[in-house]
Structure formats: C-alpha cells, structure tokens
Design a protein around this ligand. Sequence first.
Ligand code: SF4
Length: 287
Amino acid sequence: MIKVETDAHSGFCGGVIRAISTAEKLLAEKGAPLYSLGALVHNEEELHRLSGLGLESVGLGEAAMLPAGSRVIIRAHGEPPSTYAMLDAAGLETTDCTCPVVLRLQREVRMASQRSQVVIFGKIGHPEVAGLSGCAGDSAIVAETPGQIASACSSGLIDTSRSTELFSQTTMDPEAYMLAAQVLKEHMKAPVTVHDSICSQVASRQRQLGEFARSHDVVAFVAGSSSSNGKVLLELCRAANPRTYAVCSERDLQPGWFEGARSAGVCGATSTPKWLLERVARAIENL
Ligand code: SF4
C-alpha cells in the first residue's frame, strides 16, 4: 500500500486565513449577500464552498452598481486608492481584509514613489500588483521577468539616470527576484535600492517544499488554476521531483501516476485549503 503524507506547511497563509474567517464571520452574523471584490481566494474548490455560504464575487463595475449599504469585502491582495474612493462614493459598507504584509508594502511603495522611480517585479494584471501600482500613482513600471527589466532599461521605459527603488510582488520566486535585481543594477547609472518584499511565509515555504518533494516517489501538487503562488511552487516541486503532478482536486488524479510508487506527498499553494489537501491524500490512498 502506498504511504501518503500531507505537507504540514502547506495550506492557507495568514493573510488568506484572515480574509476567509472574516467572510465566514460576516456571513454568520448577518447572512447573505456578502460580496467580495474579485475572487476572495485563488482556489475554485474553496470559492465553491464559500459561495454555498452566500459569498458572491463581483468585479469593480458590478460593485459600483450595488445598492447603497451592500456589504463588500476587500481581499488579502489589497486594492488601489481609486477602489476605496469608488466604494465610498457608492455608499457601500466595506470590510478591508488587505493582508497586513501587503498594507505595509503599499505604504513603502507610496513613500518610494515620492522620492524615486519605482519598479515592481510582479505579474502584470495581478490584483496585488494593481494595488501597488495605484499606490505609486500609476507611475510604477511593472516587469514580470528579469528579461523584461532589461528590455525596459534598453527602451528607455526605465530611466536609467533616475534613482530607482525595486519592489517585488509578495509571492514571486525569490531566486527570480534576485536575478531581476542584478539585471536592473547592471543597466542602471543611478543608484538602485532593492526592497526585500517577498512575503516571509512564501519564502520559507519555498525553502521547505523542495525537500518535501524530494522525499517522496510521487507528488500531487494541489492549487487553483489562477494561483500565482501555485505556479511558482509547482515549478519548484517539479525541479525537485519530476514525478510532480498538478491537480485542482481529487477528481484530477490519475492512477497511472502512482504506479510502482511506495510514497506520495500532497502539498499546495498559500491559497489551497487544508481540507482539500486531506481530501486529495485520502483519494490517493483509495486509488
Ligand atoms: S502570501 Fe503573505 S503577503 Fe500574501 S496574503 Fe499571504 S501572508 Fe499576506
């Protein structure tokens, strides 16, 4: 029989736990409807569970049309200042669940933009990055890869003669961020300040996850299809163990993956609920 271990360090990070428990509390106190601006967590299974409790995801445009007094929750990724202004103008009752780590980063980006050129290393279009850019008055330059930083310097999008401060989205790969910083410094004529802005929960999970993946014959990595952190951690697991398979739930498991394996590890992203990891682990045992 295959031995299955669930990674004790996988599961929601502090910011996601806080946002979800706040939503559950608000729903228990006053019932539905409760609206979240965008998906509260990048995990379809957990969103399905929350929608069963009465939580509904809405876009900015839809939120602006809600009746005054409707309850809206801001998720852990945070929002730009323009969103708060819109929520105020629409008379909505807002609960801000921006992660304290992101709030601190937003403050730092705001201050940096008043004295320097700001470059953000993050996923273009990611809600956290949109929030950070908004805090810099939308003047920040966003790059997803070290190559994009090099191109932005060569094309003049990044002014290499201006003092510059570099920040990372909280869930980026620390090694890629180090490389991005190195590339930026190589191109710049003016001084560069590199801020250590990757979330410590993400960084420590990355260090430990490679070891976990190596210690098993097969790894099932559980994450929602739109989880940015999930994509980074999946690649890390694959590098440590080529027999790593990505699943959104136990329904994606394929028995052939586990042929000849004596042990399987189940792990996931900062947006993967523990209950889902356990369900995948039980399903592997029963294959
Ligand atoms: S990954 Fe870190 S910064 Fe992002 S929500 Fe979780 S605890 Fe907050």
